[in-house]
Ligand binder design. Structure first.
Ligand code: NAD
Length: 473
């Protein structure tokens, strides 16, 4: 917990309560939705070098109103039960907002991955997976983990292999036990970039509403908007890269745990990725100024602040330093409840985590569907579509007696590959979800902000499911 602020879990509950009173659902039902259904706290030994270490880890399933439950696994020295409970709760609402038919879950292992070798991380990951298997906390129809802070496709491949080892080939859908896997290991193209790409689509959507931008004193459109991003890991990197390449946004600063780099004219993100790969840090990048001051990123002059690292980064101690008019929550829970009150009073637009970073779970859903169908998206219809388009072009050319250029022809007749379908499905999802949230915010009375609106959208869907299911026995 930060000194002058609520814990992440308290903030999540406060946000829930604020929205719950604005819904029509009975108190008992809301109380059921609010709580986590199952919390599995575990301790297991792992031999690291010559020593044995006792590892603390968690898996929390927040709601089974839809199954399987779904949520990432985080490796961080700050993991504790409440943090995982908060993240699992957010997963339920996130899935509901983007119409992904899963309940929410989350996992966490209390380790700092930087301090372990690859071999040690593999041991820890495999042992954690076995603990989940033993208690029935993993499986394609039960609970499906994915990457989160400190984990990526490498860990997901280890989880898959461990799960398949124990299912002894008897489970035909075993590959769907985890998502975010490498493409060659039953993964899907576009999963790694998905959360960052979703953040970009969400931001672009919000910026396209001219009246909303006018109210913030900004011009419409994402092009030219100045972004400051905290965290240059999976989510931060892809958000920066895609916003710059596809949206023409200007990334003026990137912050990491050891400092911030700044250039008011914009940072070349592709060059920064190379610089980080070569030097293992973002700092001292050519053409940028390095700032070492704590919270240095947060007070910079910019239009959009994108926290993409960890929770509780914006709190009562630093909220008044913020100049940005839009905060895009790429990370989960980056703003404490107290700081949020200050920002809402200042009419800062906050694009809430449970919507904005839902691109990851959306594409995880596509990956899970791919695993169950045992086939790559586009395989059945790509050629068929391509041939149909060629026939149409031929007919148009014949009828008009005019030739279409080679380049245009290639563009028009191209059938969709898996990556095209994934990106298009993600874009459709993020656009529709934003419209639903904005509509609730604008149309319903007493809804103070987009987060409350997002909660209401989610609660209505989850509550409807519970009402339809009834109570057993
Ligand atoms: P990651 O581990 O790939 O990257 C996080 C980055 O933040 C790292 O580079 C780390 O060094 C940096 N960081 C840590 N502390 C920092 C600090 N105090 N200041 C600046 N930088 C700091 O993690 P990620 O997957 O990118 O996740 C980031 C956030 O996004 C988390 O809140 C996570 O829950 C959320 N998220 C991730 C996904 C996903 O698909 N990976 C999906 C939804 C939400």
């Amino acid at each position: 917990m930060t000194s002058s602020n609520q814990s992440f879990y308290e903030t999540t509950l406060k946000n829930f309560d604020q929205a719950a009173v604005l819904t029509k659902w009975p108190k008992g039902l809301l109380a059921q939705i609010r709580e986590c259904n199952a919390v599995y706290q575990m301790r297991f030994p792992v031999k690291v070098g010559q020593h044995y270490e006792v590892i603390e880890a968690y898996r929390v399933q927040h709601s089974q109103h839809r199954q399987p439950t779904k949520g990432g696994i985080r490796y961080s020295s700050m993991v504790d039960q409440e943090e995982v409970m908060a993240l699992a709760s957010l997963m339920t609402y996130k899935c509901a907002i983007v119409d992904v038919p899963f309940g929410g879950a989350k996992g966490g292992i209390k380790i700092s991955p930087r301090k372990y070798t690859k071999d040690a991380l593999q041991k820890i990951t495999r042992r954690y997976t076995v603990e989940l298997i033993k208690k029935g906390f993993i499986g394609p129809s039960v609970d499906v983990p994915a990457p989160d802070y400190g984990t990526g496709e490498r860990e997901m491949a280890w989880i898959l292999d461990t799960y398949q080892t124990f299912s002894r080939g008897s489970e035909i859908d075993a590959a769907g036990c985890v998502t975010g896997k490498p493409v060659r290991q039953n993964g899907i193209r576009g999963r790694t970039e998905a959360t960052g790409r979703g953040v970009y689509y969400g931001l672009r959507e919000a910026c396209d509403h001219a009246n909303d931008m006018k109210a913030l004193g900004l011009t419409p459109g994402i092009a030219g908007k100045r972004l400051v991003i905290q965290g240059f890991g999976n989510v931060g990197t892809h958000t920066a890269l895609i916003a710059q390449k596809e949206g023409d946004a200007k990334i003026v600063a990137i912050a990491e745990y050891n400092g911030t780099i700044y250039n008011p004219d914009g940072i070349d993100i592709e060059a920064l990725i190379k610089h980080k790969a070569n030097t293992h840090t973002i700092l001292n990048m050519k053409g940028t100024k390095t700032i070492h001051k704590k919270d240095g990123w947060l007070s910079l002059d910019c239009d959009i602040l994108v926290p993409a690292a960890l929770e509780n980064q914006i709190h009562m101690g630093n909220v008044n330093k913020i100049k940005a008019r839009i905060i895009a929550e790429a990370a989960n829970g980056p703003i404490t409840a107290g700081a949020e009150d200050v920002l809402v009073k200042k009419r800062t637009m906050i694009l809430p985590d449970m919507y904005l970073n839902a691109g990851g779970v959306t594409v995880s859903y596509f990956e899970w569907l791919k695993n169950l169908s045992h086939m790559r998206f586009g395989r059945m219809d790509k050629r068929f579509n391509q041939n149909t388009y060629v026939n149409i072009i031929d007919a148009v050319e014949r009828l008009t007696e005019k030739k279409i250029g080679k380049k245009e022809k290639r563009l028009i007749t191209r059938g969709a590959d898996e990556i095209d379908l994934v990106r298009s499905g993600l874009e459709e999802t993020m656009v529709n979800a934003y419209d639903a949230i904005r509509d609730t915010y604008k149309r319903r009375q007493k809804v103070p902000d987009l987060r409350t609106a997002a909660f209401i959208v989610a609660l209505d869907k989850v509550a409807n499911d519970y009402m339809a299911m009834g109570v057993f026995p």
